[in-house]
Design a protein around this ligand. Structure first.
Ligand code: ZN
Length: 360
């Protein structure tokens, strides 16, 4: 593919009276020489619009190709430049000229379609939010598109789950399914006043079937307009509240990565560890290490403010995991508390010798 360098969005260039210019964002900027191969660096970078190839830029600027390449490399190291445009396939649209529904393989090519334009505006924002990482060369598009196929099962119910489902759907995760394994008479099959946190669920939803409200949250928020998926082998399980022993056993046996989220009181939630079965400390390792008799099988509902911040923290880490295979919760947990909300308490775990999860 021809490289057509484009300065990433929100990057500004400021020439200073010294021999250097400042390039970057308001809070993250770098210095470059004001002159590049005999021309003003600022003017050269202004040709990085994504429309011109490197030889075309060199011709336009009247300098050697090597000089342009070295500037592109410099900007690449600083994660300030994109090298290509990735097309976004949009599921389907009605083509009024042809009178039928068609697949769209490149949304940028479709003009005057309100739904696609609105989608592209949202897409651009999510892409901009993830583009400034090493290795990202297409304005975050591959990363956000990759979330479409990153499947997630969320176990649990309540404020954190409601908010998490909405935020993940809005961030581009299309395969997210919530599982709430309870008997057919269980009161938690319906929305209760405990679900209200100022987010997606309101007072008028009380008494409605939980399944229906969760579907509404998904439909109202999702970035990619896709039908609900069946998930056979999830990329990630997120367990909110006390997991059943059966569930833990199955996740370990199936070798499925699972993030444990434990609720001690309405004011204290622990996120992590993220368990890679056999490779990192598991649920039982944590139990054995804590050696706690205080473990309750009940999960209280959390306060509204805390529930939304916990859901956001989980969502940001899920994004890091899907986009860049990174997680802060590997063998680590963070206790978020209303008492020290400015600074979560960090715990590190190792595999316990008596657990046996490392033996296989
Ligand atoms: Zn273990």
């Amino acid at each position: 593919m021809t490289i057509k360098p484009a300065l990433k969005s929100a990057i500004t260039i400021l020439e200073t009276p010294s021999a250097q210019l400042r390039i970057g964002t308001r809070w993250r900027f770098y210095a470059l020489p004001n002159q590049w191969s005999g021309m003003r660096t600022k003017h050269l970078i202004e040709l990085f619009t994504g429309e011109l190839s490197i030889p075309e830029i060199a011709t336009r600027a009247g300098i050697k190709i090597d000089a342009v390449e070295s500037l592109v490399r410099e900007l690449q190291q600083l994660n300030l430049v994109d090298l290509q445009r990735t097309p976004i396939s949009y599921l389907r649209r009605y083509n009024s000229e042809l009178g039928r529904i068609e697949e769209v393989s490149d949304s940028d090519e479709v003009r005057h379609d309100y739904a696609i334009e609105a989608f592209l505006h949202r897409m651009e924002l999510e892409c901009d939010a993830t583009t400034f990482y090493a290795g990202d060369h297409d304005g975050g598009r591959s990363a956000v598109l990759g979330r479409r196929n990153f499947s997630i099962l969320i176990f649990g119910q309540g404020k954190i789950v409601n908010a998490l489902l909405g935020v993940l759907s809005a961030s581009g995760f299309s395969k997210v399914v919530v599982i709430n394994r309870v008997s057919t008479k269980d009161p938690s099959l319906k929305i209760t006043e405990r679900d209200i946190a100022g987010g997606f669920v309101g007072r008028s939803d009380i008494g409605e079937p939980r399944r229906k409200i969760l579907q509404q949250i998904r439909n109202a928020s999702q970035l990619f307009n896709e039908p609900k998926a069946e998930i056979q082998k999830p990329n990630l399980i997120i367990s909110i509240g006390h997991p059943s022993p059966d569930s833990i056993q199955r996740w370990m046996a199936d070798n499925t990565p699972h993030l444990l989220v434990d609720i001690a009181t309405s004011a204290d939630v622990r996120i992590g560890p993220l368990v890679y079965p056999g490779k990192s400390p598991c649920y039982r390792c944590v139990q054995l290490t804590e050696n706690s008799m205080l473990l309750s099988t009940q999960s209280p509902e959390v306060g509204s403010g805390l529930s939304l911040s916990v859901a956001s923290a989980i969502a940001l880490d899920t994004i890091a995991l899907a986009d860049r295979a990174r997680s802060i919760y590997l063998a680590t947990s963070y206790i978020h508390s209303s008492h020290h909300y400015h600074q979560p308490e960090i715990q590190h775990w190792s595999q316990h010798h008596a657990c046996g999860c490392a033996w296989s």
